[in-house]
Structures are given as structure tokens and as C-alpha cells.
Design a protein around this ligand. Structure first.
Ligand SMILES: [Zn+2]
Length: 402
């Protein structure tokens, strides 16, 4: 018999999708909903806020008094939908068959889907965990289960660091972590890192007829941009391959460039942003040092003309790569719960490297596909939701998680 999502889990998923928790907004509506629901089951939530208390993480232990067990983890924020062509309201959380206009002969191939921003990435996972919270509370498993719901994942995995710091302060030492990012319920054991930087270039302005008295910020910036490009080509040419990724080597890319005010003014200021997506086996700090060292050498000549000229680098975000293995107990647990013998590598960044870096073995496994995430008409199939529910209900019954 095919798995079916429970009406309550589906209703919770729709409720969460209808809340606007785009990263630029507050997520407190969702956090309050989760906290209140857990409160009715006698579960206390630990809330850690951002600086201006507009966003929060929630951490809750289901089965208090038992030794720490598995973390069920998800981010509450979503990407925006500005400028995207949606055929439904991104906050509508409608359930529709696909394809919509089916004659009877084809009806067997119709797939019911939940549409809306965050339906796949990744509110449904959080919703199904919440809707099944009672099972974790009443479980006779010797281990507790923890819910960890973070803010600001989509803009650089900022919230989860506070959550993990608080967990450490409370001396809670979970055995493992399952992150429900959309992997079509196939356990994922690796992803690349995502490191973004801003480079601000200060030159010296002058009338463009007097270039020897000036330092051209755009031209100096372009040299460093060229360096980033050279490095990208070197990765492609000679970095040891890590097969399984869509692109089996590290990549580097300049995403934004700004500078200049007029054709006849040597520009004083320029700014660009770039990123590295490093293989788990490559040292991203070394990559960034290569860029700053190159800029440092370029700067020497600039300072001879104008001592105030130079480069300033800022880190925008650092999402560490993630590398686990097929033999890690939490990978095998996820495989058992998902009824899945495969594992996969994913192209997107998650909080997994941060949890693993905190000493917590981690796997990424959740409903829906990353191909729908961040897209117009984001959806998750009800079949995927049903599989996710079976996975989490299986976790509530699991007695041996190591
Ligand atoms: Zn996500």
C-alpha cells in the first residue's frame, strides 16, 4: 500500500508555508507556533535570539531526563520570490494534482503536490516533525530526540551557530544530527563549502588626463578579479577530482562588481564580491590567503602613488563543507529509516558542516528535491511528505541509534 501523509502533518506543513519567513523578515511567528505546540505536550523550548530579537532559533528536548540522542534539524527561513513568475501565490500552500487537467485514463499518473515557498526547502520537514512530536515524547526509546530549528540559514548559516553555542553551554551532547534539507529522502553525506567575500578597493581619483597622479581603483580591482579567475581555471585544470559532485572540483566566481562615476574621472573606489565553493578535501582558507597575498603585492605599487590606497577584505559568509561516510552510524540509521540503500552528494550548502564541526555526526535527508527549491512554483509531492513522515515515525520507534 502506498504511504499516505497524515492530515495533521499536511495541515502543519500548510500552516508553516503560509507564514512569511523570508530571511529578511522575522521568523518569530513560526518559532512561537512551534513553541506553543511543544508546550501543549509539556516540552520546554530554549529560544536563542539574534541581536535585535527579531529572529530566533528553537531547541527542544523531547524525552527530557533521558540521555541526549538525535537532533532533528531544519532552518525556518526561506529565500524570497521577488521577480519570479509564480502561477500560484507563494504563500498559498495549495495542494494540486500534477498535471492538473487529466482525463481518467491518465489519472493513475497524477501526482498530488503541496505548492509554496518553503514547501520543499524546508518547512515541510519541520512541520512533520512538529506534527509527530507526541510520538517522540511518548517514545520508549532510551534516548531523547531534539528539535533544532534555526534562522538565517539561507543568508549564510548565521542562526545555527548561536543554537550550537547555547547547546554546548547547557552541556547537551547529542549523538547525531539529521538535517531535513531536500534530498528526495536519499541520505546525503557530503557537500562543498560556500565562502563569500567582499573586496573594497581604494584608489586615488584624478582628472582622466592626469592618470600618472592617480590610482585607478577599477583597474586594480580587475587585477584581483583576474587572479580569482586564474585560480578557478587552475582548480579545473589540476585539482584532484572528487567524483560524485556535479562539478567534481572547487569553483571560484565573481558575482558583483561596482565602480566608477564618470568617463573622465579616474575612479577612487571599486568593490567586488566573489565566492569559493571548495571540495571538502580542499583548504579554502589557503585559497583566500592566495587572493589576499596577491592583493598585497599589487598594493605596494598603489601606495607609492597614494599611501591611502589599498585593498580591504570582508567575509560575507562561511559555510563549511561537509564530509561524512557510508559507514557512519547516522548514515546507516537514515538509510534504515528511509528504506534506502543509496547515499548521495549534494551541490548545495547546509548546516551539516557546522554540526559536524561541533563534533556531532550528521546526515542530510529530507523530502522534496533541491531542483524545486528557490524556484518559482516550488513544490513537494505528497508522496515525499508521506515518506518523510514514515522516516520520522520510525525514528521515534528507534531504540538503538548507534
Ligand atoms: Zn534549505
Amino acid at each position: 500500500m502506498p504511504l499516505v501523509i497524515s492530515p495533521r502533518s499536511l495541515e502543519f506543513a500548510q500552516t508553516l508555508v503560509r507564514m512569511n519567513t523570508v530571511s529578511a523578515h522575522s521568523n518569530l511567528e513560526l518559532i512561537d507556533f512551534a513553541r506553543e505546540h511543544l508546550g501543549t505536550l509539556g516540552v520546554r523550548s530554549r529560544i536563542t535570539y539574534n541581536k535585535d530579537r527579531t529572529k530566533a532559533n528553537l531547541f527542544a528536548t523531547l524525552g527530557e531526563g533521558k540521555p541526549a540522542g538525535v537532533i532533528v534539524s531544519g532552518h525556518t527561513d526561506t529565500v524570497p520570490w521577488d521577480g519570479q513568475a509564480w502561477s500560484v501565490d507563494p504563500l498559498s500552500a495549495v495542494v494540486q494534482d500534477w498535471p492538473q487537467d487529466n482525463d481518467d485514463a491518465e489519472a493513475a499518473r497524477t501526482e498530488p503536490r503541496l505548492y509554496g515557498r518553503g514547501s520543499a526547502d524546508m518547512k515541510s520537514f519541520i512541520a512533520i516533525a512538529l506534527a509527530n512530536a507526541e510520538r517522540f515524547v511518548e517514545s520508549d526509546s532510551p534516548f531523547a530526540v531534539h528539535f533544532a530549528f534555526s534562522y538565517d540559514e539561507e543568508v549564510g548559516c548565521f542562526g545555527v551557530r548561536e543554537l550550537i553555542a547555547d547547546m554546548k553551554e547547557q552541556d547537551i551532547r547529542p549523538l547525531a544530527c539529521i538535517i531535513g534539507e531536500p534530498t528526495s529522502m536519499i541520505p546525503a553525506i557530503a557537500h562543498k563549502g560556500v565562502y563569500r567575500y567582499r573586496c573594497c578597493v581604494r584608489g586615488k581619483e584624478a582628472h582622466s588626463s592626469l592618470t600618472p597622479q592617480s590610482v585607478n581603483a577599477i583597474e586594480m580591482a580587475a587585477r584581483v578579479v583576474g587572479k580569482v579567475r586564474d585560480m578557478a581555471e587552475a582548480f579545473e585544470r589540476s585539482e584532484p577530482r572528487y567524483e560524485g559532485f556535479d562539478v567534481p572540483f572547487s569553483t571560484a566566481s565573481v558575482g558583483q562588481f561596482h565602480g566608477g562615476i564618470a568617463d573622465n574621472v579616474v575612479p577612487r573606489d571599486a568593490e567586488f564580491r566573489y565566492e569559493f565553493r571548495n571540495l571538502p578535501t580542499s583548504d579554502v582558507q589557503k585559497m583566500q590567503r592566495e587572493v589576499t597575498a596577491y592583493a598585497g603585492r599589487t598594493e605596494e605599487a598603489m601606495k607609492k602613488v597614494a599611501p591611502e590606497a589599498g585593498f580591504r577584505f570582508e567575509t560575507i559568509c562561511e559555510v563549511p563543507s561537509f564530509l561524512s561516510s557510508d559507514s557512519e552510524p547516522v548514515t546507516r540509521l537514515a538509510q534504515r529509516l528511509a528504506g534506502e540503500s543509496r547515499t548521495t552528494l549534494v551541490a548545495f550548502g547546509t548546516e551539516a558542516g557546522i554540526f559536524k564541526g561541533a563534533g556531532i555526526p550528521t546526515v542530510v535527508c529530507g523530502p522534496g528535491s533541491i531542483e524545486q527549491a528557490h524556484q518559482p512554483d516550488e513544490f513537494v509531492s505528497l508522496d515525499q511528505l508521506a515518506r518523510c513522515e514514515a522516516f520520522l515515525q520510525g525514528l521515534a520507534r528507534t531504540r538503538d541509534i548507534r
